[in-house]
Design a protein around this ligand. Structure first.
Ligand SMILES: Nc1nc2c(ncn2[C@@H]2O[C@H](COP(=O)(O)OP(=O)(O)OP(=O)(O)O)[C@@H](O)[C@H]2O)c(=O)[nH]1
Ligand SMILES: [Mg+2]
Length: 441
């Protein structure tokens, strides 16, 4: 399966058939199914797309079995022309749905689907052919004039095409166990898509792809492909997955829209004594794969450990691309005992010892950033999380703990009256996002 498909935004919330009565929706979907079934080699993507559409249009109801005969498709004992009559209004939707479900990246298959749809609506053949051409284009002004009923849906499809044609930025995050990699990735996504806890938990390479737009759906490919992945699915690894990879697609959330084609790569912590293969997996990944940025996360609670020095050495010897170092969990610091600046200087010294001339080292609180984003986007927080949030709002409002002030970039613009936006800025995540999403590659 082409993993770019996991970045496609769905358009089901604006599907015109969704407004029709249930009997009609069932009939419509039955026809889509029969058209899809003509292509016997349906892959995981097509099956998952069909299930998603089914769930959205008819919920738990069943599709009506339709028959395919030599002369076309018949709806029980009724003939083709009656069928065409009933669904005439949505003939263009039928074509677009079939193409989106089965042939987004496969023009050859698209042509076959077009022929099948034309068999149902022979009088509209010319226009259907024309529309199918525009399905594969990004400039669709013509559709607005000629096919206004499907223009909104075609715009979503064209946006998808534009988005995945952007060069993808791959950002890998590495650290020792429990430094906060998965928390940071959840904070960057603005959603809980990865499991986080203190015992070693990330056991596979997780790819997190930005989707072309928000449709409220997170996708997960973990042996099974789920296009409406619940929290349970996202938090649990599928034991049938014999590969070392899990791929998730979701729209990232931050104060500004993130129109970048970006993939974050979460790796298992490298110093687990029970799971030596985690180190192997992560190290192989770092040395084999090209990425646009490597984020090396350090746990601010215990800087300069042997494990950290060992991993820093490994990375400096095996990875030659762009790199930044983030010191996490500094929200645990006590003003009277610890100093953020002294810690950053100490890390810089260690890095110089490992061969980095002028390393970028910045503070962050991944957890504060995560809590602020969750709250900002109306996600439910537990009682403990609400307490943690309240504590960090106060703590990170002290000058020493305003982490954005330690970055070289300009202070991010926020609404100064919104305490969640203030916390986001102070946590350092907005400055980090500036670095990640800056033009420079
Ligand atoms: N105080 C504080 N705790 C944090 C911060 N970031 C993460 N944590 C906590 O640290 C623990 C480990 O975080 P994870 O994100 O699971 O760490 P990880 O690096 O992905 O861990 P592995 O996948 O096991 O290597 C969790 O309990 C987090 O809540 C932070 O900025 N501040
Ligand atoms: Mg993790």
């Amino acid at each position: 399966m082409n993993i770019e498909l996991l970045q496609l935004r769905q358009y089901l919330e604006i599907h015109p058939v969704a407004k029709r009565e249930i009997k009609y929706r069932i009939g419509y979907l039955s026809m889509i199914k029969v058209l899809c079934d003509l292509h016997t080699k349906r892959d995981k993507w097509c099956n998952a797309m069909f299930s998603l559409m089914k769930k959205s249009l008819i919920g738990e109801a069943e599709v009506t079995p339709l028959e395919i005969t030599d002369s076309g498709i018949i709806f029980k004992k009724k003939d083709n022309s009656r069928f065409a009559y009933i669904f005439h209004k949505y003939r263009y939707n039928i074509l677009i749905d079939c193409l989106f479900l089965l042939a987004f990246d496969n023009k050859k298959r698209g042509k076959k689907l077009l022929n099948d749809v034309c068999r149902i609506f022979p009088r509209n053949k010319k226009k259907l052919m024309l529309l199918s051409e525009y399905f594969y284009k990004t400039d669709i002004e013509f559709v607005r004039k000629e096919f206004p009923s499907v223009y909104n849906i075609c715009s979503v499809i064209a946006e998808n095409r534009k988005f995945i044609s952007l060069p993808r930025k791959n950002v890998i995050i590495t650290a020792n166990m429990s430094a906060g990699k998965s928390t940071l990735i959840n904070a960057l996504a603005g959603k809980k898509v990865n499991m986080t806890k203190n015992d070693t938990c990330t056991a596979k390479i997780h790819y997190l792809l930005n989707k072309s737009g928000e449709d409220g759906l997170s996708y997960e490919f973990d042996h099974e492909l789920e296009l409406n992945a619940t929290k349970e699915i996202l938090m649990n690894d599928n034991e049938s997955n014999s590969t070392s990879e899990i791929i998730v697609g979701t729209r990232f959330r931050s104060l500004d829209e993130i129109p970048e084609n970006v993939c974050f790569i979460d790796t298992p912590g490298v110093n687990s004594s029970q799971n030596k293969e985690h180190r192997q997996m992560t190290n192989n990944y770092i040395s084999d794969k090209n990425c646009d940025l490597l984020i090396f996360l350090l746990n601010g609670e215990n800087i300069g450990t042997d494990d950290d020095i060992k991993h820093i050495r490994y990375v400096s010897e095996n990875y030659k691309g762009k790199i930044i170092f983030l010191v996490n969990k500094l929200d645990k610091y006590k003003k009277s005992v610890d100093s953020v600046r002294v810690t950053l200087e100490k890390v810089k010294e260690d890095l110089k010892g490992a061969g980095y001339k002028n390393p970028g080292v910045y503070p962050i609180s991944a957890y504060a950033a995560y809590l602020a984003k969750m709250s900002l986007y109306g996600e439910k927080l537990s009682e403990d999380e609400l307490d943690d949030l309240e504590f960090r709002i106060r703590k990170l409002n002290k000058e020493e703990f305003m982490y954005h002030t330690y970055y070289d970039t300009e202070s991010p613009e926020i609404d100064e009256n919104n305490e969640m936006e203030i916390l986001l800025r102070n946590s350092g995540i907005l400055s980090l996002e500036k670095i990640i999403y800056s033009e420079e590659r």
